[in-house]
Ligand binder design. Structure first.
Ligand code: CU
Length: 123
Protein backbone atom coordinates (compact mmCIF):
# COMPACT_ATOMS: atom_id res chain seq x y z
CA UNK A 1 0.00 0.00 0.00
CA UNK A 2 2.64 2.63 0.91
CA UNK A 3 4.74 1.66 -2.09
CA UNK A 4 1.81 1.96 -4.44
CA UNK A 5 0.92 5.32 -2.89
CA UNK A 6 4.43 6.63 -3.47
CA UNK A 7 4.21 5.53 -7.11
CA UNK A 8 0.87 7.22 -7.62
CA UNK A 9 2.11 10.38 -5.91
CA UNK A 10 5.14 10.51 -8.14
CA UNK A 11 3.03 9.99 -11.22
CA UNK A 12 0.36 12.54 -10.45
CA UNK A 13 2.26 15.01 -8.33
CA UNK A 14 0.07 17.53 -6.57
CA UNK A 15 -3.12 16.27 -8.16
CA UNK A 16 -3.25 13.38 -5.74
CA UNK A 17 -4.00 15.85 -2.96
CA UNK A 18 -7.39 16.48 -4.53
CA UNK A 19 -8.30 12.81 -4.68
CA UNK A 20 -10.39 11.42 -1.81
CA UNK A 21 -8.45 8.16 -2.14
CA UNK A 22 -5.26 9.96 -1.15
CA UNK A 23 -6.68 10.62 2.29
CA UNK A 24 -6.44 6.94 3.10
CA UNK A 25 -2.76 6.88 2.27
CA UNK A 26 -1.75 9.65 4.66
CA UNK A 27 -0.42 8.88 8.10
CA UNK A 28 -3.42 8.91 10.38
CA UNK A 29 -3.38 7.58 13.89
CA UNK A 30 -4.53 3.97 13.89
CA UNK A 31 -3.97 2.97 17.52
CA UNK A 32 -2.29 4.38 20.59
CA UNK A 33 -1.04 3.15 23.96
CA UNK A 34 -2.52 4.33 26.20
CA UNK A 35 -5.53 4.01 23.91
CA UNK A 36 -7.61 6.84 22.54
CA UNK A 37 -10.13 7.69 25.26
CA UNK A 38 -8.77 4.96 27.53
CA UNK A 39 -8.83 5.05 31.31
CA UNK A 40 -5.76 3.35 32.72
CA UNK A 41 -4.56 2.78 36.26
CA UNK A 42 -0.83 2.94 35.57
CA UNK A 43 0.84 6.11 34.32
CA UNK A 44 2.83 5.22 31.18
CA UNK A 45 6.50 6.11 30.83
CA UNK A 46 6.04 6.38 27.08
CA UNK A 47 3.34 6.74 24.47
CA UNK A 48 3.20 4.38 21.51
CA UNK A 49 1.51 5.82 18.43
CA UNK A 50 0.77 3.59 15.45
CA UNK A 51 -0.15 5.16 12.12
CA UNK A 52 -1.73 4.04 8.87
CA UNK A 53 1.45 4.79 6.95
CA UNK A 54 5.20 4.97 7.46
CA UNK A 55 6.54 8.01 9.33
CA UNK A 56 9.50 10.33 9.01
CA UNK A 57 9.85 10.31 12.78
CA UNK A 58 12.47 13.05 12.97
CA UNK A 59 9.92 15.44 11.49
CA UNK A 60 7.09 14.38 13.77
CA UNK A 61 6.22 16.26 16.95
CA UNK A 62 4.11 15.22 19.92
CA UNK A 63 3.08 17.41 22.83
CA UNK A 64 1.12 16.40 25.91
CA UNK A 65 -1.07 18.57 28.09
CA UNK A 66 -1.88 17.54 31.64
CA UNK A 67 -5.11 17.83 33.65
CA UNK A 68 -4.18 21.33 34.81
CA UNK A 69 -3.62 22.44 31.22
CA UNK A 70 0.13 22.58 31.70
CA UNK A 71 2.55 20.98 29.28
CA UNK A 72 3.79 17.56 30.35
CA UNK A 73 7.48 16.85 29.99
CA UNK A 74 7.73 14.76 26.82
CA UNK A 75 10.80 13.65 24.89
CA UNK A 76 11.38 13.65 21.17
CA UNK A 77 9.49 11.00 19.19
CA UNK A 78 11.59 7.88 18.65
CA UNK A 79 11.41 5.51 15.71
CA UNK A 80 10.56 1.88 16.44
CA UNK A 81 12.97 -0.50 14.73
CA UNK A 82 11.21 -2.63 12.13
CA UNK A 83 7.94 -0.71 12.50
CA UNK A 84 8.03 2.33 10.27
CA UNK A 85 4.39 3.13 11.10
CA UNK A 86 5.13 3.57 14.80
CA UNK A 87 6.78 6.05 17.11
CA UNK A 88 7.25 6.21 20.83
CA UNK A 89 7.38 9.33 22.97
CA UNK A 90 8.87 9.32 26.47
CA UNK A 91 6.59 11.12 28.92
CA UNK A 92 6.89 12.10 32.56
CA UNK A 93 3.45 11.72 34.10
CA UNK A 94 3.15 11.93 37.86
CA UNK A 95 -0.51 12.62 38.61
CA UNK A 96 -3.89 11.11 37.76
CA UNK A 97 -6.22 13.01 35.46
CA UNK A 98 -6.95 13.58 31.81
CA UNK A 99 -4.04 13.97 29.41
CA UNK A 100 -4.34 15.34 25.89
CA UNK A 101 -1.86 14.31 23.21
CA UNK A 102 -1.42 16.54 20.17
CA UNK A 103 0.58 15.07 17.30
CA UNK A 104 1.92 16.33 14.00
CA UNK A 105 3.14 13.63 11.66
CA UNK A 106 5.09 13.63 8.42
CA UNK A 107 4.60 10.44 6.47
CA UNK A 108 7.16 8.83 4.18
CA UNK A 109 5.29 10.25 1.20
CA UNK A 110 5.88 13.76 2.67
CA UNK A 111 2.25 14.38 3.58
CA UNK A 112 1.60 16.18 6.86
CA UNK A 113 -1.22 15.23 9.17
CA UNK A 114 -2.16 16.23 12.68
CA UNK A 115 -4.55 15.19 15.37
CA UNK A 116 -5.27 14.97 19.03
CA UNK A 117 -6.61 12.49 21.53
CA UNK A 118 -6.97 12.08 25.27
CA UNK A 119 -6.55 9.36 27.84
CA UNK A 120 -7.12 9.36 31.58
CA UNK A 121 -4.99 8.10 34.43
CA UNK A 122 -7.39 6.96 37.16
CA UNK A 123 -6.65 8.05 40.74
CU1 CU B 1 -0.08 10.35 1.98
Amino acid sequence: MPVRHRFVSAALGGLILLSPAAAFAHAFLKTAEPGVGAVVAQAPSQLLLTYTEGLEVRFCTVTVQGPDGAAVQAGKPQAVAGHENEMTVPVHITAPGKYTVTWHALSVDTHKTEGRFSFTISP
